[in-house]
Every structure is written in C-alpha cells, then in structure tokens.
Design a protein around this ligand. Sequence first.
Ligand code: NAD
Length: 362
Amino acid sequence: MKIAVLPGDGIGTEIVAEAVRVLDVLDLKFEMETALVGGAAYEAHGHPLPESTLKLAKESDAVLFGAVGDWKYDKLDRPLRPEQAILGLRKNLGLFANFRPAICYEQLVGASSLKPELIAGLDILIIRELTGDIYFGAPRGRRTAVDGHFPGAEEAFDTMRYSRPEVERIARVAFEAARKRSKRVTSVDKANVLETFQFWKDIVTEVGKEYPDVELDHMYVDNAAMQLVKAPKKFDVVVTGNMFGDILSDEAAMLTGSIGMLPSASLNASNQGLYEPSHGSAPDIAGKGVANPLATILSAAMMLRFSLNQPEAAARIESAVQQVLAAGLRTGDIWSEGTKRVGTREMGDAVVAAITKKTITG
Ligand code: NAD
C-alpha cells in the first residue's frame, strides 16, 4: 500500500504532520511519500500540480491531502492558482464522488450555533458529484481574462451540464451508501428552474427503482438549505450536483460547530481516493500552531476504511478522537468554557497517546 502525502499550503503542513504521526503509530505496512502541491509547488516548480506530484498520486492507493491556497496567489492566471491542483487531481484520478460526513460529536454539541436538541446525534452524509455541472461546462477556459478579471466586459457566463452516465454513477454511489446506513436518500436539485436538474431528477428516480429497499425523496436546493438549519436530523444521505454540493456540504459542516472537525473523501470507480479536511488552508492562523488537526486525522481514518481496506485501524483512530474530546482537549475553534485549550501538536500527541493507550489528561 502506498500513500501520497500532499500537505500543501498554510495550515496544511501542520495538520498533515499530525495525521502522519497518527498513521505511523498504527504499525501498518504502508509506504508514505511526500510531495509539493498548491502554492508551495508553484513557488518551487512554477505549477500548482507538477508532473512529479501527479505521477506520485497516480501510482499511490490513496492521497492524503492538507489544503492549498493563499490570498497572495489571487492575481495569478487561473490555471496557475493553487486551487487548480485539486481540480487537476480530481480530473486525472477520475475522482467523481465526494463524501462529506457531518457528524456532531456528543462533547461538541455546545460548539454549534444551533440549539443542542437540533443537532445532538446528528450524522448525515452529503455526497457531491465532482466531475460535471457548472464548474466544467463551456465556455470554461475560453474567456479572455486580465489577471483573472474581466475589465469592461458586458457579460460573463458558465454553462451547467450533466451527462447521463455521470448522474447514474453518482446516484448508484448514494443508494449503495444508504444501504449501509438508514436506507434513505434525498436528492437535491433545482428542477423547477433548471433543465439540467430536471434531467438529474429523472435519472436519479430511474436508478432508484433498482434499489426498492432505499427510500428516495427529492428536494429543491433552496428548501434543502433551509431544512439543514431547521431540522438537520431529517436527512441521512444527501446526493447532489457539484455546485449545490459545494455549498450544502459547507453548510452541513458548520452545523457541527467547527469545520476543523470534518473529514472528506473523493473516490474514483476503483476506490482510489483523495482524503482531505473539509476546510481550506486558513492563512489567518497558519504557522501559529493552533489549527485543529482532527479533520485531517479523521480523513486519514476514512482513507484506511475506503481505499486501504483497514476498517479496524480506522475505528481505532475514530475512537481515539472521541477519547481526546471526552478528556476535554480542544483547539481554539472548538474551545468552550471548562475545556482545555491545546495547540495542533498537543492535539496530535493526545490522539497518538489514545491509540497507544497512554493516559490522556485534560
Ligand atoms: P478556510 O477553510 O481556510 O478558513 C475559514 C475559517 O475557518 C478561517 O477563519 C480559519 O482560520 C478557520 N479554520 C479553517 N480550518 C481550521 C482548522 N483546522 N482549525 C481551526 N480553524 C480553522 O477558508 P477560507 O478562509 O475561505 O480560504 C482560505 C484559503 O483556502 C483560500 O486560498 C481558499 O481558496 C483555500 N481553500 C482551499 C481548500 C482546499 O484546499 N480544499 C478548500 C477551501 C478553501
């Protein structure tokens, strides 16, 4: 088993270092190789996704990714911006299904901006399609931009599109995932206004007939955005397109109180995957040693479960995270009165200690 470790920019290097330490103490047989990506790769090689990094990612079973980006790259031509590395990896590895669980840990109920009774026990899974939609439709790449902007232009447009195979395969992923959970899928669309999403809805309905044991309902995206804050526990598996998924998964992430807690996985048809925290490179706190590494550590657990077929090791990590939270350790983003504020490294130390069964002191 081989893991490509791509820490990236900002807090990426700090949080990935902790996830790697956690993987190291599991005593599993895998090889880890690190490479540059994002702004760091642009500085060293003039490109956010150099050939050598892409090659490493392709020949690995999984990619453990930190985060990329910094405001200082906003003036670069779009193809050279750090965030393009993620799109390049998704495209080249054929990653089409993004899994974003939003789980509210019992100890963090108070960190949410919602009332405790609305989110206690929350466990939903947002599945976002990654290869189609408005992010990849024409006329992407054909516009004439100056420093990434359009001075004096009268209009700008992007085109929303989906193909039948793209919708069918993401629908199947959602129904299969629901079979392993509470057998409910909500497909989120905007079929009342957009042709693309009437097409989406029809195909999801057709695929749903192959899964009579799974209950399917459809919801417009504006209603879904409301229901997520009104009654989030009504949802179980939510499947949606690239853009709606982008927005709703961040909304769902914040329900739980901190984006610093939420892992994500992007998988291709052969379960090769890219695993990363749901948050970005947080330039505002980079280098201060205060970032929450738990989303990345939990992403490593997802990697063990989905791509490396090590469910027991994944469960060890998840249980260690629970123990650390139960012991009252908190990074600044999830800190509350009566808990102990710790930095990135101390949080990593505590997870390592919980895995190796040392006593954790809060
Ligand atoms: P962000 O997620 O980086 O930060 C949003 C807020 O959350 C900030 O206040 C930050 O300090 C806080 N935060 C994020 N992760 C945290 C953690 N682990 N612990 C504690 N606090 C945390 O989003 P942003 O500020 O909109 O974007 C910053 C940069 O990240 C931009 O360049 C953006 O393009 C990039 N970005 C990258 C990815 C990715 O690599 N997948 C995703 C989103 C944004």
